[in-house]
Ligand binder design. Structure first.
Ligand SMILES: Nc1nc2c(ncn2[C@@H]2O[C@H](COP(=O)(O)OP(=O)(O)OP(=O)(O)O)[C@@H](O)[C@H]2O)c(=O)[nH]1
Ligand SMILES: [Mg+2]
Length: 463
């Protein structure tokens, strides 16, 4: 893609999804949008067409063959998505129609766009920051309401302001260090590097905080792994079905029904969840059982939240703290994943049963569908606290942003270390310059051409 990054020509692409639909959209961007349509467009004179107004007309091919009746909208530079002259052609959503029109546009000298080239042009022309451009891809790809809102927020409101804030703070440290190297003063006035430490620590703290949130980005895209675990026959599969609201997993009264892990995606308050049913953990009767249990343990190791299901009709409620290992002895030492305890089959208990009154346990009945709301609320609350899905905090980082921010963090840590061990000012200045370069790359202010290709190459054609 790199060679196209700095071209100023006119590009064209189908921007609606592949397949058939009520309408299909072809997007054009570049200086020759209107000229390129001469001979193809039959309708109002495009030169006189006001910006952002639809007009009805026809697209024709060679020998004036009718290709389709279309709506056309012109967006004059700089008030368009890319900041350039743009035209959108809304045709009927048949791939053959769209391809026939596109073919004619290519004949007129327009170029097929590269993946992400429209959004790249928007970035190049200052219509959006690099972080905003990336959030376009995130928004289109967002799974669940929460990820959607975050991507939209970056795009519409915050932009990449947080990156600029970090750069500004770093410049306050970098400038005096550089100035002192360039124009050394006498010993009395010279810069005391140790004075920079509190500011550096503050900056490091903020960057570390941003990175912590980055881990959640993939979670929000993929879903948090919530694992239903427990002894055989306690009602894990019944609970999965009750939470999903349909019969997804097989349920029988025979212990060992579930042999393999099974997962289904759903949402609680916009948080995407992968709910995972597992084979019951206990004594393995045969090789197949043992393998199923190994898969359960693997699911537990990768869980973000465990829902430990207990058969409340079978066990008496223990006094004091509940320990997961009492119900799942197979778990490894040091297992620290957040866990919710669920006493299932509550319909078989007396009202006075201590399972119903134990604070750390949620009594439910998968059969009668009671207690499910409490369980869902606790799941959302635990993920919000433990997993750090801060619903107020509107920021996600993608892999590239996380990696680049990591470079800046390493450089600042190195810088602090160098100051503490009394390294010379040149080394400290080098660390700060590296941090500055990483942050500027993050913002898109300075960025390698091949990296640019990597970022925008992930987009689909037409975006
Ligand atoms: N009374 C009552 N029975 C339940 C409840 N939940 C599940 N059961 C019954 O318990 C038995 C086992 O249910 P499953 O959902 O298959 O249990 P499981 O934990 O998935 O079992 P395995 O896959 O064998 O580990 C079935 O006969 C269910 O009908 C409940 O809330 N109340
Ligand atoms: Mg089961």
């Amino acid at each position: 893609m790199e060679e196209f990054l700095f071209r100023q020509d006119t590009i064209a692409a189908i921007s609606s999804p592949a397949g058939r639909g009520a309408i299909g959209i072809i997007r054009l961007s570049g200086p020759d949008c209107c000229d390129g349509l001469t001979g193809l467009w039959v309708g109002k004179n495009l030169e006189d067409l006001p910006s952002h107004h639809f007009t009805l007309g026809k697209m024709c091919g060679e020998n004036s063959d009718l290709l389709d009746e279309v709506l056309l909208v012109r967006m004059r530079a700089p008030h368009s998505y890319t900041g350039e002259e743009m035209v959108e052609i809304h045709a009927h959503g048949n791939p053959h129609v769209l391809k026939a029109i596109l073919f004619q546009l290519y004949q007129q000298g327009m170029r097929a766009s590269e993946p992400g080239e429209f959004t790249f042009r928007a970035f190049r022309n200052g219509r959006m920051s690099l972080v905003q451009a990336e959030s376009v891809a995130t928004l289109i790809d967002a799974k669940g309401d929460w990820a959607r809102k975050n991507a939209l927020n970056v795009l519409a409101e915050e932009g990449g302001k947080w990156v600029q804030d970090l750069i500004d703070d770093l410049l306050h440290i970098w400038i005096p260090v550089e100035a002192d190297l360039e124009f050394p003063t006498d010993d009395l006035d010279s810069l005391n590097l140790e004075d920079l430490l509190p500011t550096l620590h503050r900056l490091l703290g903020r960057m570390a905080n941003l990175r912590k949130k980055a881990v959640q980005f993939s979670k929000l895209q993929e879903g948090y792994r919530v694992v239903l675990a427990g002894e055989p026959n306690v009602g894990k599969s019944s609970l999965l079905n009750a939470l999903l609201g349909y019969q997804r997993a097989m349920v029988t009264e025979i212990p060992g029904t579930t042999r393999d892990t099974l997962e289904e995606v759903f949402e609680i308050d916009g948080i995407p969840i992968r709910l995972i049913d597992t084979a019951g953990l206990g004594e393995a009767k045969d090789e197949l059982d043992a393998r199923g249990m190994e898969r359960s343990r693997e699911a537990l190791r990768r869980a973000d939240l465990v829902v430990a299901v207990i058969d409340a009709a079978l066990h008496t409620c223990p006094e004091g703290e509940l320990d997961f290992r009492n119900f799942l002895p197979a778990l490894p030492e040091g297992f620290e994943t957040p866990t919710l305890y669920v006493a299932n089959k509550a319909d078989l208990l007396d009202e006075g049963s201590s399972w119903n009154h134990k604070e750390s346990v949620i009594p439910v009945s998968a059969l009668k569908e009671t207690g499910l709301k409490d369980l869902l609320r606790s799941m959302a609350e635990t993920l919000t606290q433990e997993g750090g899905v801060d619903l107020e905090e509107r920021l996600m980082l993608n892999d590239r942003q996380e990696r680049t921010l990591g470079r800046a963090v390493d450089a600042i840590e190195h810088c602090i270390e160098n100051i503490k061990t009394g390294a010379n000012q040149d080394l400290v200045a080098t660390d700060l310059a590296e941090a500055k370069s990483a942050l500027e790359e993050l913002s898109g202010k300075t960025i390698q051409v091949d990296l640019m290709g990597e970022i925008f190459g992930k987009f689909c054609i037409g975006k």
